[in-house]
Design a binder for this molecule. Sequence first.
Ligand SMILES: N[C@@H](CCC(=O)N[C@@H](CS)C(=O)NCC(=O)O)C(=O)O
Length: 202
Amino acid sequence: MKLYYSPGACSLSPHIVLRESGLKFEPVLASTKTHKLQDGTDYYTINPKGYVPLLELDNGERLSEGPAIVQYIADQVPAKKLAPAAGTMARYRLQEWLNFITSELHKSFSPLFNPAMPEEAKALYRTRLGDRFKWVNEQLEGKQYLMGDTFTVADPYLFTVAGWGKHVGVDISGLPHLSAFMARVAARPAVQEAMKAEGLIK
Ligand SMILES: N[C@@H](CCC(=O)N[C@@H](CS)C(=O)NCC(=O)O)C(=O)O
């Protein structure tokens, strides 16, 4: 498999999941700034949406959309318990988290990275994200991970987007349960490996 990624972007989430899964894959750099691969290939010819992440399967089929990609990976290695079994209530709870992270958190960050977005609008998104993170912090009280004691594919997604806060003025340092979660996820060997591979840490 190939994972198209850009350093520190939302593709860090499936990158971590792939390393947690133990499956073989090749990370392929597709910069979100240039939309070009390192060999000059126009990334739009690979993913017409222009987005990372994109997972290319061994049969050449391509899967986009982070929440779908991470569930696909989890389902290849059920013994790793990266997602509850399909059809169970717990799986819907996982999907509830993935959808919340993608629609309420991830996409509220996007305007903060957009230089064309007026500062007044950015302030509204910062407030909105601050409220959402307060709620997430409450949900994490007494839990190791979003789904309880077990690490699932929702966790690296929250870890990835919450990690953007420090770059765009969304301060989560006063939220104790979320801060403890961030440290817990960061300490996982697969997370360290993925971050090193993307040049985010030494
Ligand atoms: N709906 C997509 C969104 C992915 C997305 O927003 N990717 C960003 C990086 S975090 C990107 O590739 N941006 C480049 C662009 O906008 O062209 C998903 O959930 O996977």
